[in-house]
Each structure stands twice: as structure tokens, then as C-alpha cells.
Design a protein around this ligand. Structure first.
Ligand code: SF4
Length: 242
């Protein structure tokens, strides 16, 4: 099936008004935190929520710096979107990669796809490919911004717009914490924001290619991430408190 996700979104006048209010709140929050924190960074994984934030940063000329974690296992569609976004908004997106020696050793000792073998091996891979590069990206920075929403998963229900990230010892801003999935897609439609073409193929949440699959009707939006694991384990370690 290749029907476009965006074509299934019907934006009523009432929704458009609600999105206008939410958009103004989003820009006000981004402006406020960009003044409050030295060197605040937006960490984009190029999901639909992240694309809303890219658009808001660009449309408001906020000049917030952006980076992404290229794990080395991302789908081609995500790479295409990274390039397209960089060109469209004429803003550099800084890529952070896993430490070469560490990932070479992990693959040498455990194989290419050891993350399927156990939760421990999966978390180790996520640590090398995501958590450590994130720490490097945030070193010396003032705060960071994510596109997380509280309704995305069992592990995110208590998410606040603003929280202290104990792992990286800085404030983490989640401007879309209270947004619903329909808000995100209405914003994308109203503002003609580009998005990952995998969303048109029933991938509501997109991570590394070997750890993401399409979902079926009625399945949870994170069901396709690490689908072989229990819901309470479905985080890569970037957003774990403590
Ligand atoms: Fe490794 Fe999969 Fe985690 Fe990507 S999502 S870092 S491939 S375990």
C-alpha cells in the first residue's frame, strides 16, 4: 500500500484554529527557551513530530542549532529526508556517528544483527549507536529539544513539556508533549511540511531499519519499534530518566 498518509488527514476549520493556537504556543516556547539557554540544541530523528519542530524553527527564524544521530543503520528514506530538510530550510544539520572503534569491536565480537539475540545486546547496540553519540552531541551545551509526545508509548505517559535530563545533566524541552497524533499531521498538512515516506507505508514511528517494521490497523504507534520486545522495554536509552 502506498496511499499517502497526508491524504487521509481531513483538517476541519475547528482543527485549523486549534493548530494555529498550538503553533503560536510552540513558537513562543521555542523562542523563550532559545533565550533562556545558551547553545540550546534540537535533536532531530526526522519523525513526523521532529518535522513540525524543524518547520517552526525555520518559519520563526529562531536559529536554534540542529543535530541528528546517524546510527549507521538508518533507513534510506530517513537519509533522503535529512538531505531534503537541510536543502529546504537551508540550515546545517550536524550528524553524529557511533565511535568507530567501539562499533567495530561490537560487530566483530557479536555479529551484524546481535540486537535480536537478547535485550542486553539490543541495549548495548543502542548505547553505542545512540546514547554515547548523544552525550557527545550535548557536551557543553545548555539544553536540548525533542519531538517526544506523551501518548506515544507506555514509557512516555508522564512526559512533561520541560524536565531535567539526569543522564545528560541539563534541561530537556519537549514542546509537543501534549500534542495528539492528529495535531502533528494536521500541522504537517496545513504547512506542507515534508515527512518520511515510510509514514505512507504504515510506519508511524521510525528508527533503525532492522529494528522498525510497519504496523497493522489498530496496533500501537510504537508497536513496530523493537517489535520482538515487551512495551515497557521500548526505549533506546536516550530518554530514560536517572
Ligand atoms: Fe542498534 Fe537497533 Fe538500537 Fe539501532 S535501534 S541502535 S540497530 S539496537
Amino acid at each position: 500500500m502506498t496511499d499517502k498518509k497526508i491524504d487521509s488527514i481531513n483538517v476541519t476549520d475547528e482543527m485549523a484554529k486549534s493548530i494555529a493556537v498550538k503553533s503560536a504556543e510552540l513558537v513562543a516556547l521555542l523562542k523563550s527557551v532559545s533565550h533562556e539557554f545558551h547553545d540550546i540544541q534540537f535533536a532531530s530523528s526526522f519523525g513526523a513530530e521532529d518535522m513540525v519542530i524543524h518547520h517552526a524553527i525555520h518559519a520563526s527564524n529562531l536559529g536554534i542549532e540542529i543535530f541528528t544521530l546517524d546510527t549507521g543503520r538508518l533507513p534510506e528514506e530517513t537519509h533522503q529526508l535529512i538531505d531534503a530538510t537541510q536543502k529546504l530550510y537551508r540550515q546545517t544539520i550536524v550528524p553524529f556517528y557511533p565511535d568507530t572503534k567501539t562499533i567495530e569491536l561490537y560487530v566483530k565480537e557479536n555479529g551484524m544483527d546481535a540486537f535480536y539475540d537478547s535485550l542486553e545486546m539490543r541495549k548495548k547496540c543502542c548505547h553505542i549507536r545512540r546514547v554515547e553519540p548523544l552525550k557527545r552531541a550535548l557536551k557543553g551545551k545548555g539544553a536540548w529539544i525533542t519531538g517526544m509526545r506523551s501518548e506515544q508509548s507506555a514509557t512516555r505517559q508522564a512526559l512533561s513539556i520541560r524536565e531535567f535530563d539526569e543522564g545528560n545533566l541539563m534541561e530537556k524541552i519537549n514542546p509537543l508533549a501534549a500534542w495528539k497524533e492528529v495535531d502533528v499531521w494536521a500541522y504537517i498538512k496545513l504547512n506542507q511540511v515534508p515527512y518520511n515516506t515510510l509514514h505512507d507505508k504504515f510506519y508511524p514511528s521510525i528508527g533503525c531499519a532492522p529494528c522498525t517494521r510497519a504496523v497493522s490497523a489498530g496496533e500501537d504507534i510504537r508497536a513496530g519499534r523493537w517489535w520482538w520486545e515487551n512495551p515497557e522495554n521500548k526505549e533506546c536509552g536516550l530518554h530514560i530518566k536517572g
